[in-house]
Design a protein around this ligand. Structure first.
Ligand code: NAP
Length: 252
C-alpha cells in the first residue's frame, strides 16, 4: 500500500461534536475531504458547515452536550445513517473566565460537564459500538495548552483539559486491545469564538502573540492534517498521545 493510501478515510464514518463553527467545522471539512461521511453534532444547526462540505458527505443533528442524556441518541443516529461508526471527534467545549477567588459553581459545572463528562460517556458509547462491530476505531479528543499549563482566570477549563489529556491515556490503555486508538490534539492559540475575548484584550493578545514561535495565531486549517492523521490507519500504532498543534508554544 502506498503511504498516502493509509491517510485515506474513504468508506469511513465519523461523529464530530461542536461541528457548527471553529475547529470542529475545520475537522469536519478535513475528514470529509479525506473521504469520510461525517455526522456533525451541535447545540445549534451546523448549516454553514454543511454548506461548505455538501450534504452528500456531511449531515448533522442538534443536541446539547451539557448533559449525557443525548449520548446514546447520537451514537444511534450515526449507526442508523451510516450502518457503522469508525471515528469519534470530541471537539465541543466551552470556557468561562472569572477570577478563581470568585469562581462560581455554575462556571465549574457547565465547563466540566461538556468538556470532560460528556467526552467520557460519548467515548464509552462509541467504544461499545466499535467493539460490537469488531472493527476497532479512532477517538480524537480536543485538549488544550491548558492540558499542560495553568492558565489565568480559567480554573474549570484547565481542570477539564488536563482531565482530557489524562482520560485520553486512560482510555487508550484499556481499549488499544480492541484496536481502538484514543489520542488527542492540543491546539495552541487559534482564531475561533473560544478566543474572541482574549483577542479582544489588546495587552493579553500582544503578550500571547509575542510568545508564539510561529509568530501567528493558528487557524481552522492548521488542525486539519493532525485530525486526518489521527483518524486514519496512518496512526494505527499511536495510542494515548496528545499531539500539540501550537506553532511551537509548548516548546518555548
Ligand atoms: P468555539 O468556536 O467556541 O467552538 C466550540 C464548539 O463547542 C461550538 O460548536 C459550540 O457550540 C460547542 N459547544 C459548546 N457547548 C456545547 C454544548 N453544551 N452542547 C453542544 N455543543 C457545545 O471554539 P473552538 O476553538 O472551535 O473550540 C473547539 C474545541 O477546541 C474546544 O474543545 C476548545 O476548548 C478547544 N480549544 C480551542 C482553542 C483555541 O485557541 N480556539 C485552543 C485549545 C483548545 P456553540 O457554537 O453553540 O457555542
Amino acid at each position: 500500500m502506498n503511504i498516502l493510501d493509509s491517510f485515506s478515510l474513504a468508506g469511513k464514518t465519523a461523529i464530530v461534536t461542536g461541528s457548527n463553527t471553529g475547529l470542529g467545522q475545520g475537522v469536519s471539512i478535513a475528514l470529509a475531504e479525506a473521504g469520510a461521511k461525517v455526522l456533525g453534532v451541535g447545540r445549534r444547526p451546523s448549516e454553514e458547515t454543511q454548506a461548505r462540505i455538501g450534504a452528500e458527505s456531511f449531515s448533522y443533528i442538534v443536541e446539547d452536550l451539557g448533559s449525557i442524556e443525548p449520548v446514546e441518541r447520537i451514537v444511534a443516529a450515526a449507526k442508523e445513517r451510516f450502518g457503522r461508526i469508525d471515528i469519534l471527534v470530541n471537539n465541543a467545549g466551552l470556557i468561562r473566565r472569572e477570577d478563581a477567588i470568585d469562581f462560581c459553581e455554575e462556571n465549574w459545572d457547565d465547563v466540566l460537564n461538556v468538556n470532560l463528562k460528556t467526552v467520557f460517556f460519548l467515548s464509552q458509547a462509541a467504544a461499545r459500538a466499535f467493539v460490537a462491530q469488531k472493527s476497532g476505531g479512532k477517538i480524537i479528543n480536543i485538549a488544550s495548552m491548558l492540558s499542560y499549563q495553568g492558565g489565568i482566570r480559567v480554573p474549570s477549563y484547565t481542570a477539564s483539559k488536563s482531565g482530557v489529556k489524562g482520560l485520553t491515556m486512560a482510555l487508550a490503555n484499556e481499549w488499544a486491545k480492541y484496536g481502538i486508538n484514543v489520542n488527542a490534539i492540543a491546539p495552541g492559540y487559534m482564531v475561533t469564538n473560544n478566543t474572541e475575548a482574549l483577542r479582544g484584550d489588546a495587552a493579553r493578545s500582544a503578550d500571547i502573540l509575542a510568545r508564539i514561535p510561529a509568530g501567528r495565531w493558528g487557524t481552522q486549517e492548521d488542525l486539519m492534517g493532525a485530525a486526518v492523521f489521527l483518524a486514519s490507519a496512518a496512526s494505527d500504532y499511536v495510542n494515548g498521545f496528545t499531539l500539540a498543534v501550537d506553532g511551537g508554544w509548548l516548546a518555548r
